[in-house]
Design a binder for this molecule. Structure first.
Ligand SMILES: CC(C)(COP(=O)(O)OP(=O)(O)OC[C@H]1O[C@@H](n2cnc3c(N)ncnc32)[C@H](O)[C@@H]1OP(=O)(O)O)[C@@H](O)C(=O)NCCC(=O)NCCS
Length: 207
């Protein structure tokens, strides 16, 4: 990217703080928050300025935008709104993460410090690869899914869209996890999981 100056972050919550911090480490010199829950100008979200959202796309003048909303459906809505209006939705990769030059990342992706994404992995639009998560070779992570802190996916795991892989879970190589799946914290996944299920434990079983 040629100019990393002002980044607009949509979503002023705890996850937004991680996004803003990551953005600064990644070279963005100014971060401002927008959040539809706040109307007045000149507020602050922790260390950063915060305003409500402008009504029309012409008022969006940042050099890049990122959607920092944990809820995957709201995240999708905002990412698609930005793209529909021709606004620059960017991905953020912490310099203290390792992303293979042979991995493919779509837009709106966050890779947090300590995470590793290995060769020929594909991380689709709006995915969160959270702190210290490990995504090994040839994995595919579907749009708007969230790989939580410390989760470890062995090679060639396929995850659908809007799935949530809880903190510290582990997934055996070659496993297919559907869409809208929740994998509980610390679970060990050793067999495929169908769409919409929540699984917990070792081995992971449907709740
Ligand atoms: C799986 C999960 C979504 C279930 O949440 P929930 O529906 O609110 O479930 P509850 O807390 O009511 O627990 C229901 C039962 O499942 C058990 N359970 C819940 N989570 C579990 C887990 N991760 N591993 C094993 N058992 C679990 C509970 O002990 C409880 O058992 P009981 O009925 O015998 O008492 C949640 O516990 C979880 O693991 N979330 C992941 C959190 C995370 O990764 N956060 C990171 C954010 S970045």
């Amino acid at each position: 990217m040629s100019s990393r100056t002002k980044l607009g972050v949509i979503g002023a919550g705890g996850h937004g703080k991680v996004v803003a911090d990551t953005a600064e480490r990644a070279g963005w010199s100014e971060v401002v928050f927008f959040d539809p829950r706040f109307g007045a100008e000149n507020q602050r979200h922790a260390h950063w300025p915060l305003t409500g959202l402008p009504d029309n796309a012409a008022s969006y003048t940042c050099d890049g935008y990122f959607v920092a909303i944990g809820n995957s459906h709201a995240r999708k809505q905002w990412c698609e709104w930005l793209l529909e209006h021709g606004l620059p939705l960017i991905s953020l990769i912490d310099p203290a993460s390792v992303v293979s030059q042979y991995a493919r990342l779509d837009v709106g992706v966050l890779v947090v410090a300590g995470a590793v994404v290995n060769a020929d992995a594909h991380i689709a639009q709006g995915v969160i690869v959270n702190t210290r998560a490990a995504i090994d070779h040839d994995c595919t992570i579907g749009a708007y899914s969230h790989v939580c802190p410390g989760a470890a996916l062995a090679g060639t795991v396929a995850v659908g869209e809007h799935s949530w892989l809880g903190i510290g879970c582990q997934v055996r190589q070659g496993i297919r996890i559907g869409s809208n799946v929740t994998v509980g914290a610390g679970a060990t996944v050793v067999s495929d999981i169908q769409d919409g299920l929540t699984v917990v434990g070792t081995p992971a079983r449907s709740q």
